[in-house]
Design a protein around this ligand. Structure first.
Ligand code: DX5
Ligand code: ZN
Length: 218
């Protein structure tokens, strides 16, 4: 399984969105990470369907949508229609997680589940075999630019063990506070997809920063 970088568009310049999308298209980045927030599950509102539609029109790489919303089930088909390739829902808002995962797959997308920093890996034991991706939140969801929570390493190792034990081909994504300081250690702990928002878009040269991250985790 190769190690991937997914720049988070939340940290892009929304007044220059097409420029930033083209930057990602022309960089060594692998995926577009798209954060959808509803102001209910998380204390922030990011952007919604019209913006995702505009992004998808220009994006030439996998679109990885991270839903930080309550009742994600009612929007699954909408996100499929908008061009999401991977749809990730939060464990904390899904009382019927197995059903939600199947619905995402039935809509033709890869299915991901995200876990808040306080949610243990063990809650995924009975669905891991059905998952394409687990997103371990390494900050409390809602905002970019927060600092990385060190307990994440332990969770990555536990998840890696669970995945290997069940022979699932699920990917492990880390979201929040990823920089050149922790990237390599996260891969060594067993992750293979790193989301990076402010570290990429806040850099003087985002294209080079993506390339440096890719080299670090190669
Ligand atoms: C946080 C979002 C992240 C965020 C990461 O709720 O899910 O994807 O954009 O941003 P950084 O890399 O700045 O922590
Ligand atoms: Zn995210």
């Amino acid at each position: 399984m190769s190690n991937l970088i997914a720049p988070s568009i939340l940290a892009a310049d929304f007044a220059n969105l097409q420029r930033d999308i083209e930057m990602v298209n022309n960089s060594e980045a692998d995926w577009f990470h798209i954060d959808i927030m509803d102001g209910v599950f998380v204390p922030n509102i990011s952007f919604g369907m019209p913006v995702l539609k505009a992004i998808a029109k220009h994006a030439k790489k996998t679109i990885d949508v991270h839903l930080m919303i309550v009742n994600p089930d009612q929007y699954i088909q909408t996100f499929a229609d908008l061009g999401a390739n991977i749809l990730t829902v939060h464990y904390e808002v899904c009382p019927h997680l197995h059903r939600t995962i199947q619905a995402i797959k039935d809509a033709g997308m890869k299915a991901g589940v995200a876990l808040n920093p306080h949610t243990p890996i063990s809650v995924l034991e009975d669905v891991i075999i059905d998952l394409d991706l687990v997103c371990i939140m390494s900050v409390n969801p809602g905002f970019g630019g927060q600092s990385f929570i060190e307990n994440t390493y332990k969770k990555v190792s536990q998840l890696r063990q669970l995945i290997d034990f069940t022979a699932s081909d699920c990917q492990i994504e880390i979201d929040g506070g990823v920089t050149n300081i922790n990237a390599n250690a996260l891969i060594e702990a067993g992750a293979n997809v790193l989301v990076a928002g402010s570290f990429v878009f806040g850099a003087e040269n985002p294209t080079e920063t993506i390339s440096d991250l890719k080299n670090l985790i190669a």
